[in-house]
Ligand binder design. Sequence first.
Ligand SMILES: Nc1ncnc2c1ncn2[C@@H]1O[C@H](COP(=O)(O)OP(=O)(O)OP(=O)(O)O)[C@@H](O)[C@H]1O
Length: 344
Amino acid sequence: MALLYPCSCSTPPSPSPLLPFKNLASSRLVFTAPALRRSFLPNRLPPRLKAALAVETPAASGEGRGGDSPKILLEVKDLSAVIAKDKTQILKGVSLSICEGEVHVVMGKNGSGKSTFAKVLVGHPDYEVTGGSIVFKGENVLDMEPEERSLAGLFMSFQSPIEIPGVSNIDFLQMAYNARRRKLGQPELSPIEFYGYISPKLELVNMKVDFLNRNVNEGFSGGEKKRNEIFQLAVLGADLAILDEIDSGLDVDALRDVAKAVNAILTPKNSVLVITHYQRLLEYIKPTYVHIMEEGRIKDITQHKTAGHSKSANDSISNGGKTYRAQSNSLTIQFFYQANLISR
Ligand SMILES: Nc1ncnc2c1ncn2[C@@H]1O[C@H](COP(=O)(O)OP(=O)(O)OP(=O)(O)O)[C@@H](O)[C@H]1O
């Protein structure tokens, strides 16, 4: 039996204006095999992670970045999806709710369906949805083309960002940013105005100015590509940023820079869905929820205590004959539970 707690946000979603743009569909992305070397979540968490998880986050203390009653941003119910070309089923009923101001982390073994889930959310053409629903800011995402999803405020950074030969970073971003402004009925920024807008954002990810004139991701190191993804996010903005293994292949400094930039981008109104194998990222980006994906389903969900909702710090968690009593921080205890789940 899986424990599934409802999202803490219950305010009905409201339609909001079209927002950022990242052209996902037109690029017909090709995805390379995931990185080979992965570390799984061990049964026993290291003390540093325990300490990190034990720290009360704003959500845990009832002071979420979105306030006490954050609005629901994304609601996925019983989502099933197959690979378009051979109809192999990958997602087998995924349910997940994300509210404004929350940081959700999805972990799980290689091949469990994490990236597929992320790609289905943004409408990747390799997959067909065969059941369930995805509602983003009150709108049925399944009715939208990938570009429309992007304009609606969904952003995805890819495990293996694509190279775009012949197109400089700054031109690419200016095009994307101005497309968004056109959609919003706002005047486009001139090259000089745009340069003024993005320059400070370079500092966020510790990138040098010459990155702007290099072709998108061409010849970038793995770490530079990941920084560039976050830079795009910072420039284009998003209501929900889906970061697929943004931490893989990063050295300690790059990981810290990327995590710092993600934290800087977070506001009470936007959210992040992080897919990761690495505990070390959670030392920098504090999750509101940690989910475990297993065989195309989210098996369980950890949850902080939030004001007026959810399990209190002293509630017990019971499953399969195991009961854990949360004495100080429910997330920590439930995270242990998840770690056990993963090892089975
Ligand atoms: N386009 C595709 N064509 C063929 N198989 C696919 C495709 N997309 C996903 N799969 C298969 O679906 C399963 C789930 O893949 P997915 O990339 O979603 O897993 P994951 O949990 O993200 O794994 P990892 O942690 O290794 O990145 C894998 O067995 C994978 O080979």
